[in-house]
Design a protein around this ligand. Structure first.
Ligand SMILES: [Zn+2]
Length: 399
């Protein structure tokens, strides 16, 4: 078994060897020139690292037919090809199941508005995704489960209920931990991550803002959440809840929140709250699709409401800008055209409340990956956290 574990990376390999291994961990072949460009490293150090890793049996060289500057260029890859990833997302708006290559290519994505407490419905959706991808269960090497609440990498007893009883409905499927149900079905290891974090990582690594160092992604489809990606990796924080912008305090006399605090921001500023307000004002039911359609048509009243929602959000985000000085703020794009209007509102508030130099340097836009952000984020998670190595070598999961 190749020695590519996170533990080995920390203990035995040089910095360049670690970087080379991380770059190759998606299973794709790369030439020395491509690695030098990707890592901004000198050719001699990349070649030295590759030779050392080849001697250790970790990477292999391929007699590639590709060429650079007229000379044949050889490709390099990890010795053990990574398998496919199965991804299951369980959230308030329903299920998403998919199959993804380690390099982020989505092979299948199946949506379902299923009852997320019923394992059978989730597993049926996962089975359909595997079938649509044209693969077998055996080709799936591990699964990533996206759930609301703190990420749950280490399967420490008691963590399943961490985050409050309001999260139990997502995490307990008929009284069993969701991860256990999926793991048993696939007979593969399962790693859990916060659903908003997966979308954030997907956009930060594969979206329009790829390559920017500090990216804040705001999730809106249910509640108001955020994920923070710094240097291509998730920043989770001590309690693994970093970026929960929805729980910023705004009202001493507000309602008691399900998080345990009182007067949290999301209670009055969230898409579900906005839909309720619109329903009351217009005397009819509104859905997320209605917001998308109204924004696309430029319906003035709805656009104004969305822009105002964006400004309220932006008022809080402006404080994030001061603390983090991010290069990009990405708005959940699953709201379609409505996301663009909300991003405009955030822009206005950040321009008004953050110092001009900081406001001017931050790119604010809606995401570019749509519903596949979560799936691609799972692929990025596997790479950045060395989950294939953790899974293959039976190492303790990252904290
Ligand atoms: Zn709260």
């Amino acid at each position: 078994m190749p020695i590519t574990s996170a533990a080995a990376l920390d203990s035995g390999l040089t910095g360049t060897e670690q970087a080379v291994l991380r770059a190759l961990s998606d299973g794709r072949q790369r030439t020395v020139a491509e690695l030098c460009a990707e890592l901004s490293a000198a050719r001699s150090s990349v070649v030295h690292a590759l030779n050392s890793l080849r001697t250790a049996g970790v990477v292999v060289e391929h007699p590639s037919g590709r060429s650079a500057r007229g000379r044949p260029a050889r490709g390099w890859s990890v010795a053990a090809s990574p398998g496919l990833l199965a991804v299951v997302l369980a959230a308030a708006h329903g299920f998403l199941a998919g199959v993804v290559r380690p390099d982020g290519e989505v092979l299948a994505a199946v949506h379902g508005a299923a009852d997320f407490t019923a394992p059978a419905a989730a597993l049926e959706l996962l089975g359909r995704a595997v079938a649509e991808a044209g693969v077998t269960h055996r080709q799936v090497e591990l699964a990533v489960l996206g759930l609301p609440g703190p990420s749950m990498f280490a399967r420490t007893p008691g963590l399943d209920s961490f985050g409050g009883s309001h999260l139990r409905r997502f995490r307990d499927w008929d009284g069993r931990p969701a991860a256990d149900v999926v793991s048993e079905y696939l007979d593969r290891p399962v790693f859990c991550e916060n659903d908003a974090n997966l979308a954030a990582l997907g956009e930060a690594v594969y979206g329009d803002v790829a390559g920017l160092h500090t990216v804040l992604h705001i999730s809106l489809t249910h509640g108001t959440g955020a994920g923070l990606v710094i240097g291509g990796k998730l920043h989770r924080g001590g309690s693994r809840l970093a970026g929960e912008v929805g729980h910023l305090h705004v009202d001493d006399g507000g309602q008691l929140c399900e998080c345990g605090a009182r007067g949290c921001f999301w209670q009055t500023t969230s898409i579900p709250a906005l839909l309720n307000e619109l329903a009351t004002a217009h005397g009819k039911t509104f859905t997320v699709s209605d917001l998308d359609a109204a924004a696309a048509l430029g319906e003035l009243e709805i656009v104004r409401a969305l822009r105002g929602f964006g400004r309220s959000l932006g008022r809080r985000v402006a404080d994030f800008v001061v603390f983090l000085d991010p290069q990009a703020i990405v708005v959940d794009c699953t709201l379609g055209a409505a996301s663009d209007v909300i991003a405009d509102g955030i822009r206005e508030a950040v321009d008004q409340y953050a110092p001009p130099m900081m406001a001017a340097s931050v790119k604010i836009s809606s995401g570019s990956l749509g519903a596949s952000a979560h799936l691609k984020g799972a692929a990025a998670l596997v790479r950045t956290e060395h989950l294939l190595d953790v899974s293959r070598l039976g190492l303790p999961a990252p904290a």
